[in-house]
Design a binder for this molecule. Structure first.
Ligand code: I3S
Length: 128
């Protein structure tokens, strides 16, 4: 589900399953751990939960509690260079908090949509 509300100030949300790994945390390199993650873009926040149907949510529910959230304000994204990953269609996201993530899907148009949505979010949500 996706709703667009450019310029209206209304909340918008984008969701989907993406492969995600941290590569840096608080400015320090961490070991990659690619995980399929149900990803929600809500305002300036990007929330990751265990992938839907991944199965082990204690309430058997569709969407579990976010495991990890990043604030996109003041962050930057670019297409990851070849040395960052051997995978195709990899977005590199750097946050203001010193976390770097790689975000990937085999579906290139899907990743392109996310790239655009994240870029829009970063440019419309200023860092105060
Ligand atoms: O950047 P790296 O270290 O080559 O990343 C790969 C490794 O993390 C590898 O796991 P271990 O070396 O911890 O067993 C992963 O399985 C690969 O997926 C990582 O590389 P890609 O190119 O897939 O991002």
């Amino acid at each position: 589900g996706e709703t667009h509300s450019k310029g209206t100030g209304e909340p918008s949300e984008k969701c989907g399953v993406l492969n995600v790994t941290k590569i840096t945390e608080h400015g320090k390199k961490v070991r990659k751990n690619w995980t399929s993650s149900w990803t929600v873009l809500r305002g300036s926040l990007l929330l990751f939960t265990k992938s839907q149907g991944g199965g082990t949510s204690w309430f058997g529910g569709i969407q579990s509690k976010p495991e990890f959230t990043v604030d996109l304000r003041g962050g930057s994204i670019e297409w990851a260079s070849k040395d960052k990953s051997s995978k195709k269609h990899v977005i590199e996201l750097k946050t203001r908090q010193g976390t770097e993530l790689l975000i990937q899907s085999e579906n290139d148009s899907f990743v392109n949509d996310w790239y655009r949505a994240l870029t829009d979010t970063i440019s419309t949500h200023a860092w105060e």
